[in-house]
Design a protein around this ligand. Structure first.
Ligand code: BEZ
Length: 219
């Protein structure tokens, strides 16, 4: 029999929205989003379930590359719809078996309050487990980028770090970033908004120019 697809309308946070505040129990004690330092980025991600294989590889990836997130002034925050006891046992088990320690808070969202608030619970994928979401929250607590992955495909840690750095480079320099941009690559001068800016793009000395609307420079 075909599975019935539910089409209920859910309000989900979107890019540009204020990140909804919450208080939650985590592996590092009770936290409130609004208590995060005002100068920090927050990389807030969900995983479907503790003691599952893909999730273990992903959480290990976050743990092993925590110093790279710190270098980008970002704090890691995990979540799943599991109890705090399951979280503690899983963190301890992975540490014992592999030496990797999940040294960042993981929310025990057993009542699904936070996962519903962030649209991490997508019932046609699973009614009981959060999908693999990543929210990039800037220091003003604005959501800047959202990733959603299904249960059966793990995320890419290089891409998570790439877009975090990309958002910061874009903010700091007022530029946009082309396909597959990585640190050190040329960046895109925003397209002109008036005739004067268009003429400036035409006459300006840039590293690469296809036409006035596609101009690149080196930072
Ligand atoms: C996993 O992490 O391996 C997994 C979790 C939930 C459903 C399917 C796979």
């Amino acid at each position: 029999m075909e599975q019935e697809i539910k089409q209920e309308v859910t309000v989900m946070p979107r890019i540009g929205d204020k990140a909804p505040d919450f208080e939650a129990v985590t592996t590092k004690g009770v936290i409130r989003l609004s208590d995060y330092a005002k100068d920090k980025w927050i990389v807030f991600f969900s995983h479907p379930a503790d003691f599952t294989p893909v999730c273990t590889t992903e959480m290990s990836g976050f743990a092993q590359r925590k110093s790279e997130f710190e270098a980008l002034n970002a704090e890691l925050l995990g979540l799943s719809i599991d109890s705090i006891h399951a979280h503690l046992a899983w963190v301890n088990n992975v540490k014992e078996k592999t030496g990797v320690y999940f040294d960042f808070p993981i929310i025990a969202d057993i009542d699904m309050k936070v996962s519903k608030l962030y649209g991490m619970l997508q019932p046609n994928e699973s009614e009981t487990a959060a999908v693999r979401a990543v929210f990039f929250i800037d220091p003003k607590k604005t959501i800047r980028l959202i990733m959603y992955y299904p249960l059966n495909v793990g995320r890419n840690m290089d891409e998570i770090l790439r877009v975090l750095e990309g958002l910061q480079v874009s903010d700091a320099n007022g530029v946009a970033l082309p396909l597959n941009w990585k640190k050190g690559d040329k960046v895109i001068v925003p397209p002109p908004k008036n005739l004067e800016e268009m003429q400036e793009r035409i006459d300006g000395d840039y590293d690469e120019k296809i036409d006035f609307y596609l101009v690149k420079k080196t930072l």
